[in-house]
Design a protein around this ligand. Structure first.
Ligand SMILES: NC(=O)c1ccc[n+]([C@@H]2O[C@H](COP(=O)([O-])OP(=O)(O)OC[C@H]3O[C@@H](n4cnc5c(N)ncnc54)[C@H](O)[C@@H]3O)[C@@H](O)[C@H]2O)c1
Ligand SMILES: [Fe+2]
Length: 395
């Protein structure tokens, strides 16, 4: 093993249990907090799901204000609105309640309130280490892992760019990880967010920045997600599957936050920015082709991932197991009805026209540099083309 050079960070408290959201007031009290602004999305309010957070606060005598104007794939303009809202009250913390979008919005509000300027001033490779207020994250999808990562992903609306913002300022103080909140997630979102989690674990494990801490979490996450993703998709109220997916998502978040993501995420963000494909879905569209391309850079690791997720047998050789990872991911996409970019409604002309810009934005994010096989811009364009046609090119 090469010498370890790791930089490990995690929230101070992770409360992980079915029903744990009921303890939200106790969690705030542990940190001396009592004036939260709850950041969530309109569906959480209209569906009543946000009451899972507001009712236990009210029972403890805390009437929380709610900012519910967050959007999927949060934008700089929504964050700016949120910062103005934050300035209107005497808040001492933010509660991000929802999927990755509300949690990322809360994190970005805390960062922008501290340093001012524009969200793009904080984009990687800058380090966003300061937040004005602590964030308590309560995920309702399984999931982005945002509840325990040092990242937030915000779209620059002027440049159509999904920016990665990284630093300790984006790391929540605490998270409440309660799988019961995910029972209502519909199958499409269960599949998309579940594949996002799997991609986090796989990319953390094959990343050039992998280390013994991230490896342990990534391998555990791949096992859990491999065991439970199909059941969670087919049986939304299956508690064992939902719990397995929630724990897997959080482990995967800790894994990639302490290692990195890689080429799939680098290429996925521009698809989200230009074509508004949900984050997990654009990962799923890319995952088989990018894995096929990357295997030669870390075959033993891809093989081990394939065994852990359950696509390969422990007795399979590395080349066989790695090949089974690619075919297993293709089959999983089929089983969970992952659309192609064309099925999603993107036109061939638009996809091909955006490929050079998407390749440039993917490289600029820095994520592809962590991939075990690092592509040049022309190779990224060829990979986007392969994802469109569905036909493997000669690697
Ligand atoms: N910060 C990080 O480390 C990190 C990591 C990965 C992804 N992300 C970002 O997270 C965002 C995606 O987050 P997401 O995939 O969780 O989606 P999301 O937050 O956009 O939610 C997707 C949809 O699911 C609904 N939903 C959420 N919880 C639900 C529930 N319990 N029941 C029913 N519906 C529910 C939402 O209302 C929304 O309509 C993207 O912007 C992505 O870039 C961030
Ligand atoms: Fe992701």
């Amino acid at each position: 093993m090469t010498a370890v050079n790791a930089n490990i960070a995690s929230p101070r408290l992770l409360l992980v249990a079915g029903g744990a959201v009921k303890q939200i007031a106790e969690v705030l009290a542990k940190f001396g907090l009592s004036r939260p602004l709850v950041v969530t999305d309109p569906f959480m309010v209209s569906s009543g799901l946000v009451r899972n957070c507001l009712d236990p606060l009210a029972a403890a005598g805390i009437t929380a204000a709610v900012f519910s104007d967050t959007v999927p794939d949060p934008t700089d303009t929504v964050v700016e609105t949120g910062v103005r809202e934050l300035a209107k009250g005497q808040y001492d913390c933010l509660i991000g309640f929802g999927g990755g979008s509300p949690i990322d919005t809360a994190k970005a509000m805390a960062i922008l309130s501290a340093g001012g300027g524009k969200m793009r001033d904080y984009k990687a490779p800058a380090s966003a280490d300061t937040a004005k207020l602590p964030v308590i994250a309560i995920p309702t999808t399984a999931g982005t892992g945002s509840e325990c990562t040092r990242f937030t992903v915000i779209t620059d609306t002027e440049r159509d760019e999904k920016m990665l913002i990284a630093g300790l300022g984006a790391l929540p103080l605490a998270a409440i990880v309660d799988y019961e909140l995910t029972f209502s997630v519909p199958p499409r979102t269960t599949a998309d967010t579940g594949i996002d989690s799997f991609t986090h674990a796989l990319e953390a494990y094959v990343s050039k920045r992998a280390n013994p801490f991230s490896d342990a979490l990534a391998l555990a996450a791949m096992e859990l997600i491999g065991r439970h993703i199909r059941t969670a998709y087919a049986e939304p109220r299956n508690a064992i599957a939902r719990e397995g997916m929630m724990i897997g998502a959080t482990q995967a978040g800790l894994a990639f936050s302490n290692s990195s993501v890689a080429l799939v995420h680098g290429m996925s963000r521009p698809i989200g920015a230009h074509f508004h494909v949900p984050h997990g879905l654009s990962n799923a569209m890319l995952l088989p082709a990018i894995t096929r391309y990357s295997v030669s850079g870390a075959e033993p690791r891809y093989a081990e991932a394939s065994r852990r997720v359950g696509f390969a047998a422990v007795t399979d050789t590395d080349p066989v197991a790695a090949a089974k990872l690619v075919t297993g991911l293709e089959a999983l996409n089929k089983e969970m009805s992952v659309p192609t970019p064309a099925d999603f409604g993107i036109t061939e002309a638009a996809w091909f026209q955006k490929m050079p810009l998407m390749a440039e934005q993917a490289l600029a994010s820095g994520s592809p540099n962590n991939n075990p096989r690092v592509p040049a811009a022309a190779e990224i364009i060829a990979l986007y083309q392969e994802v469109w046609t569905g036909a493997p090119r000669n690697a």
